[in-house]
Design a protein around this ligand. Structure first.
Ligand SMILES: [Zn+2]
Length: 53
């Protein structure tokens, strides 16, 4: 008996504004691969800026 893989629901789309990239069931993020990186970078930038201010 095969172990069930941990997957996310099918038919989800990237949450990024204007992006309609379908998300893989193996992608547990709410963003597509491109925007997940972009959002992560922006979060880091914001955090740094906040700490400086
Ligand atoms: Zn996207």
């Amino acid at each position: 008996m095969a172990k069930p893989l941990k997957t996310s629901p099918e038919g989800r789309k990237c949450k990024f504004r204007g992006c309609k990239c379908p998300l893989s069931i193996y992608n547990h993020s709410v963003y597509c691969r491109v925007h997940r990186d972009q959002v992560a970078l922006e979060q880091i930038r914001k955090t740094r800026y906040h700490h400086l201010g």
